[in-house]
Design a binder for this molecule. Sequence first.
Ligand code: GLN
Length: 192
Amino acid sequence: MVGTIGLLALQGDFPSHEEVLAARGQGTRRVTRPDHLEGLTGLVLPGGESTTMLRLLHSEGMLAPLRRCLDTGLPVLATCAGLILLAREVHSPDQESLGVLDLAVDRNGYGRQVHSGVHPLSGRNGFPDCEGVFIRAPRIRATGPGLEVLATWAGDPALVRRGPILAATFHPELSDAHPAMDLFLHLVGPGP
Ligand code: GLN
């Protein structure tokens, strides 16, 4: 029996994650209400537009339930706007965030479209070199000591981990196969 990976589906790039996870034999559930967070084996916070996601998290009453869920030790894959939601500090412009990961980030930190594209990532701490698809990506400006940097691009952290929480400034779901997705599924495990 496979578990169920939740996909925050208020806005953004969740259908691509859904496709990739289905192709890997994973059960998924679109999360649009607090009760959808129950009984998950993993959670994806996709890319998209973090300001809109934040507004919808507020209006759907999902902010506190999401915070509680993130505290349970559930494996999480946050990509791009998802990483912005989890950051401790968000700048350019300043924005509220959940403060789950000890990092400071500039939204669209590489310019709006100029640096969208596929770029080589340098792996660290046992993580392999690979590619990263960047789309109006946030730029990580500072990381705290509790965060492990697993990959960098142009010297900036691009994939970070704290325990079961992985966060990428790029989009692993848009590469044919990506070691960040493998690592996430490894953390999720075989299910109940
Ligand atoms: N620039 C977007 C934001 O600030 C994130 C881009 C993405 O998720 N691809 O929310």
